[in-house]
Design a protein around this ligand. Structure first.
Ligand code: SF4
Length: 445
């Protein structure tokens, strides 16, 4: 008898959320693992911005900007009491419940797999699972993803899932799924699993990954908790994957999901780009995760330009030495400057390059952020202000807990990029808004 698995990308609850090429890569990889004739898969993306619907969604919501990024549909919801002091409205992002009920009503799942993202989005996960439980009664729900891995105890307590998968190999999740379905699923292949893009309704923009993990240890980053080691793919498999997506799906835009795309550039990214240039495909690349500017030498910059890089984001975080130390000295201001010079000489323009700089760190002042913004502006590239959030389990989180800045009673919602700077970082809304406006006007200048 065929067993039905329902894969779910849940709602997000937050003060702000934007679809900067968000793909549920983990769940698409699991889907590609379960190629078993005894299993049928359905995928419902609660955050979907692409599908037509017979229900009306508020005008201008879910609109699409260039290269597939854009706003989610959103619904104003009650602000949780623990973040009442944050002077901003609180939303649930994603499709309205009525639309989702309509999509789900014909399905008869035997097992539901739900993924999760940021730890402070957990109310969206709980609300999603509550809806699934209302519709599918006793059907078991397994929760995986970033929140489940970083905060398994919290997820067990608050998510309403029957089982929380807190990290482990693809083989482990396969075994857990098989246990719930009462069948033994085929062993996980040794090579890197590629996501199953067939499940996506639109494939004009797709994610691509050449590596997992990052060798740096920035004190605020949780990548090493999710992926303890840097693992890089065979360049040949990445090249074939990109060419296949272009030929099979007509994909023109690829989004690199790596945390360390440029590491070991001679062995990985450079050979990939050389081959893609030879293939002469009309494709573009985007890098929402900040690149390690240190590795952008003259040759790499030229390869990036010739192969179609269009939106490049570089990580700086701060010009302050003390903050660069928190960033594991992954880049110095001089190295960033050299990278920008190389990119510009290769032909990139201001609108192609943005530099991430942090705002909202404890101990960081308004003048420090202004200084960073002026520095980036003077390089002739765009400023991308990234609000600091505190991720459970990171070194920064441990330090603040040891100093009793946060405690056991601190809710994950209070650590978000909107709430943390206001509640614990010594920042106020007026200053943050002012700096954001200044960044906008410098970018427009
Ligand atoms: S370089 Fe980036 S991915 Fe690596 S640890 Fe630092 S913030 Fe995380």
């Amino acid at each position: 008898m065929v067993k039905n698995i329902l894969l779910i990308n849940p709602w997000i609850c937050d003060f702000a959320a934007y679809d900067l090429w968000m793909f549920p890569l983990g769940i698409l990889k699991i889907a590609s693992l379960i190629k078993d004739t005894r299993v049928r898969l359905d995928f419902v993306n609660f955050l979907d911005r692409s599908q037509g619907t017979s229900f009306k969604i508020k005008k201008d919501a879910s609109r699409t900007s260039s290269y597939g990024t854009g706003r989610f549909n959103k619904e104003l919801i009650e602000k949780p009491a623990c973040v009442e002091a944050v002077p901003r409205p609180y939303f649930r992002y994603g499709l309205p419940e009525l639309i989702l009920q309509d999509k789900l009503k014909t399905l008869r799942p035997d097992l539901i797999l739900v993924t999760s993202g940021m730890t402070y989005w957990y109310p969206g996960v709980t609300q999603t699972i509550e809806l699934l439980k209302r519709m599918f009664g006793d059907c078991p729900v397994i929760l995986g993803g970033v929140y489940a891995t970083l905060c398994p105890e919290h997820a067990r307590r608050y998510s309403c899932a029957d089982s929380v998968f807190s990290g482990g190999s693809m083989q482990d999740i396969l075994e857990l799924i098989g246990k719930y379905l009462g069948i033994e699923l085929v062993q996980c292949p040794r090579q890197e699993v590629l996501p199953d893009f067939e499940l996506l309704p639109k494939k004009d923009v797709l994610p691509v990954q050449t590596s997992k993990g990052c060798p740096f240890r920035c004190t605020y980053c949780a990548v090493h908790l999710l992926e303890p080691e840097l693992k890089q793919a065979d360049p040949g498999s990445v090249i074939n994957h990109i060419i296949r997506c272009f030929k099979n799906f007509g994909t023109h835009d690829f989004v690199f999901y790596d945390d360390a795309l440029l590491l070991n550039a001679e062995q990985v990214i450079k050979p990939i780009l050389r081959e893609l240039i030879k293939a002469a495909l009309p494709i573009r690349f985007h890098t929402p995760n900040g690149l390690h500017a240190r590795f952008i030498d003259r040759e790499l910059a030229i390869l990036m330009e010739k192969s179609g890089f269009t939106n490049i984001r570089l990580s700086l975080e701060s010009t302050l030495g003390s903050i660069q130390k928190k960033s594991d000295n992954k880049v110095t201001t001089l190295e960033l400057k050299e990278a920008v010079v190389n990119l510009k000489k290769a032909g990139f323009k201001k609108q192609n390059i943005a530099v991430y700089t942090l705002i909202g760190l404890p101990g960081q002042g308004q003048e420090d952020v202004l200084e960073d913004m002026r520095f980036i502006h003077d390089l002739g590239v765009e400023i991308e202000l990234a609000s600091f959030s505190l991720v459970p389990g990171t070194a920064e989180w441990k330090t603040l807990r040891d100093r009793s800045v946060i405690g056991l009673e601190t809710d994950l919602l209070q650590l978000s990029h909107t709430a943390f700077p206001l509640l614990f970082g010594g920042w106020n809304m007026h200053t943050i808004k002012k700096l954001r406006l200044q960044a906008k006007s410098l970018n427009a200048a």
